[in-house]
Design a protein around this ligand. Sequence first.
Ligand code: UD1
Ligand code: CA
Length: 463
Amino acid sequence: MENIAAVVLAAGEGTRMHSNRPKVLQEVTFKPMIDWVLDAVEKAEIRKICVVAGFAHEQLEAHLNGRCEIAIQKEQLGTGHAVKSATDFLREKAPQDTIVLCGDAPFISADDLLGACETHRAQGNAVTILSARVHYPHGYGRVLRDGTQTVQRIVEEKDADDMQRRINEVNSGAYCFRTSLLLEALDALQNTNVQKEYYLTDVVEILTENGKKAGTYLLADPTDMSGANDRRQLATLNTLAKKRILEKLYHIGVEIVDEVGVVIGPEVRIGRDTRILPGTILRGKTTIGSGCVIGPNTLLEDCTVEDDAVINASQARQVEIGAGVTIGPFCNLRPGTKLADKVHVGDFVEVKNSIVGQGTKLPHLSYIGDADVGAGTNFGCGCVTANYDGKKKYRTKVGDHAFIGCHTNLIAPVTVGDNAFTAAGSTVTKPVPDGALAVERAKQTNLDGWVRRKHPERFTDEK
Ligand code: UD1
Ligand code: CA
């Protein structure tokens, strides 16, 4: 959308969250509320964005990390005062229209932002309120209209009389303003109300009193304006988000055996016929192919998983998992790991920052870190790449079709060639050429009769 800016209000502490974080950094399905809002704004192709930060603003700035502009509201004197803190931004960018949004209402959609702006421009409004009709308007500002149904002003719950409280069209807290008129009206704002705050909602009355036009854009789904002021409401938002996300997944053919303990982030993509078992958490930008089985009790963050993979009771972060790979139970796959197709990683295995070739097997109790492993190689039980000498990390290279015997230590930097073997229990410090067997261990000695000499008591029953 052209010639438009967005101001996102996010200065409030959210006292009732009882948190050290600014309220808008509280998460819904593991995504901070402010990110939901900014994603919608960006999806609507609104490119000039300013977040108004206040309480713990350093944390918010660090999180936003240059994604948009930031205005600081030093004291939280109300939503009108908050928008006023973004005056410099609005004067500099001088967009024709400005959308104002709450950073603690994560479900506002790009479609509604665009729809509201279109209505706003088509009707030539000075302000268009994104409103909703609800059964239970408690806590929201009410939209007041005159005898001809023309919008006059918004009255806050706390300032409303009994008649006004019965109105069920409420203010979502999002608006589209003609920027020049908004800036003028902000200068005229006063705080003569029950809460002694500068209400942004009073801008509507200032505009209509001056003969400007106010209108509404009715949200089709009132839950889109839901916000959270405390932990219980945040949990409700999580429940709502989960329901919506799972609904979409069912629609494209994902199987969720039991929803209990399944939490899936809004950016996760899953293919058809993939089965999600209880206790599975999928977060970040995780993408899963079709025909996979994920869970039970599995956590994937920012992973890609190709078709037909099985991940059982394991965790992976920033890992690429090929088609037909089988993992678990009880694996920890750490960032930078890439498993080619048909790799098998068995129980109690940790893999970190390693490339593992097609069909290679790491079946039990191993640590593979900073390694490049070829295809068709087999690791015995309990193998370790010793990648760290206390100062630096080094890589281990293992070729194709190698056979690493049980309990081999590979002391990096070290190379094991194609088709090379290591004998069980060897500590390998030197390169192993292609096709060679590396044996590094003392020859076995048997001391005959040693136990009888050392522990005669063990033999007292003998006749
Ligand atoms: C506001 C509206 C109300 C609407 C409701 C929808 C006003 C006066 N009222 O009320 O009509 O129905 O939203 O949820 O605007 N904020 C700041 N600085 C401040 C105060 C607030 O940045 O000084 C931010 C908060 O962080 C929050 C947003 O503005 O993200 C809304 O503030 P909040 O105090 O929750 O407003 P409500 O009382 O809910
Ligand atoms: Ca609120």
